[in-house]
Structures are given as C-alpha cells and as structure tokens.
Design a protein around this ligand. Structure first.
Ligand code: PLP
Length: 281
C-alpha cells in the first residue's frame, strides 16, 4: 500500500520525516480517522470539516482547499483498494529547530495511511466492559490533537485490567472515553456530555443524535455523574471504528440486565441502515 506525504502517494520506505518535526517533539499537530464502508468514505465531509477546524484551533494552515483534500482522501482509498477499512491522516506544524513557540519558517507536514478493518460485530452483539478512570487530560479536548498521553495512559490501564474502554470522569462528572463518546439511557431518554471543550464532538455522536431524532428518542446533552452512570437502564459508547457499542458492565457492576439494551440495539440497527450494511448474524 502507498502512504500519503504532503499531497503525494509514495512508498512507505521512501518517507523521510525530520527528527525536528514538531509532531514528533511536541505532539504539535492534529489528526483524523475516517471509516470506509464499501469503498465509500462515511461522513467524509464532517471528518474533513473537523480536520480543518482542529487545525485552525491550533493555528496550522492546511495547504489544500477542502475540495482538493476530499478528492485526495478518495484517491487514497481507491489507489490502495480499500473496500472496508479506514484512512488515518495527520498534519504537524512541521520541522524547525526545537523551541516551544511557533517557528517562522516551518512548512506543515501531512502524512496518512489506509488500512482494511472489519466491523467489530462480535463485541457489538455481546457488549463490552468499561471502567471509570479519572480524566487527567488538558482542557481543549475538543481539538483532535496528536497529544494523546492522557488518553493513552487511561486506555493502557483499562486494557491491562481486561476492560475494552475507560469511562473518563472529571471528579464526579463523566466526560467521554479514551477514544469514544459515552451515553446513558434512563427512562427512555438518552444522556450524553454536551459538546464543549471537555470532549471531542464525535462524528459518530452527531450521527447518533440525528438517529435519536428520527427514532423519537429524547436527547439531553447534559453531563451525568458516575453514580448516575451506574444507575442507567442502558449504556453505550461510540466512535468511528466501534460504531454503537453497548457497555454492559462498568467496573464489576452490571448496567441494567447486563446485556445490550433495547434502545441501544435500535440505534445499532439504525446506524447500520445509515452505513448501508446488513445486520450480520
Ligand atoms: N472522543 C475521543 C477522545 C476520541 O478520540 C474519539 C475518536 O477517536 C471520539 C470521541 C469519537 O469520535 P468519532 O465518532 O468522530 O470517531
């Protein structure tokens, strides 16, 4: 497979990245992950808009128009024959002698790769387990920054203990997952953290909120506490790669009956209809 480097598709062995790249030294850059279903980039416009917004928030100027960038993503997927998979793309502020403040000369560096990925159908059917971990990240979680240490440390702790994901919380308030958004359902209403600086406004989250409207599921974009999370009737998480993923246990406590909930399954089916794949049994 070819990789992307500054607007060109090249062989991975031909890639040269400077040790002075600010992505490497400071995590000074942003990224995006776009899902490919049946050769199509799902919600490509939303992902590309967010890529440009994240770049803008840290004052990196992407040297392509959105239209050119969009076409580049499509060409990338087509060239590598990705039918079901994902595109990863990042941009850094570029290479310059190490100093914290922005360099005056550096050119941004874009790199990306594609890969084939299966949908996690088994976990989506059975549901997964998650655990609470304190959210120690910075206060601009709305930016899809390459700086992911807070996320990495929490995911590592969760994984070591056999959990699929961490449910991050600031004090008592649940924010989101390490690489996902979190939702609880109580008495037929869906609750999720508002899209502010404390979470990444997931593209999957936006699709889910649209689906709730279509399905007449009331939504409250209101933060809930750890205690409230444990008392939800249903719980699930979402991301580009995990779609609508039921969470059936938090720590050692079952949520509801300890199986994927009814509205969660309804949202899963509606999501599958949206991406145009059948429910595989
Ligand atoms: N929250 C965080 C911290 C993430 O890293 C991600 C995705 O990786 C999400 C939420 C979900 O976002 P999306 O649905 O756009 O993949």
């Amino acid at each position: 497979d070819l990789i992307l480097h500054n607007g060109e598709f090249i062989r991975e062995e031909d890639l040269v990245i400077s040790k002075e790249d600010r992505g490497y030294q400071f995590g000074d850059g942003i990224y995006e992950v776009i899902r490919v279903y049946d050769g199509n980039l799902f919600t490509a416009k939303e992902h590309i808009d967010r890529f440009y917004e994240s770049a803008d928030k840290i004052k990196i100027v992407i040297p392509h128009t959105k239209d050119v960038f969009h076409k580049m993503m499509y060409d990338f997927v087509e060239m590598n024959n990705i039918n079901n998979g994902q595109v990863y793309v990042q941009i850094t502020r570029g290479a310059a002698e190490r100093q914290h403040q922005f360099p005056t000369q550096a050119e941004p560096v874009i790199t990306g790769n594609t890969k084939s990925v299966e949908r996690p159908v088994a976990s989506m059917k059975s549901g997964v387990k998650a655990k609470f971990i304190e959210d120690i990240r910075w206060l601009r979680c709305d930016i899809k920054s390459l700086n992911l240490l807070g996320n990495v440390l929490a995911k590592q702790e969760a994984t070591e203990e056999g959990f699929f994901e961490a449910i991050l919380h600031r004090g008592e308030t649940v924010t989101e997952g390490c690489s996902s958004n979190m939702y609880g359902i109580k008495n037929g209403t869906l609750y999720t953290h508002p899209a502010n600086n404390l979470i990444l406004n997931g593209i999957t989250r936006r699709v889910i909120l649209e689906l709730c409207k279509e399905l007449d599921i009331p939504v409250e974009e209101t933060a809930f506490t750890k205690t409230q999370a444990l008392e939800m009737d249903e719980f699930f998480m979402s991301s580009t790669t995990t779609e609508v993923m039921p969470v059936i246990e938090i720590g050692s406590q079952k949520i509801g009956q300890g199986v994927p909930g009814e509205l969660t399954r309804k949202l899963q089916s509606a999501f599958e209809a949206r991406i145009g794949v059948g429910v595989k049994s």
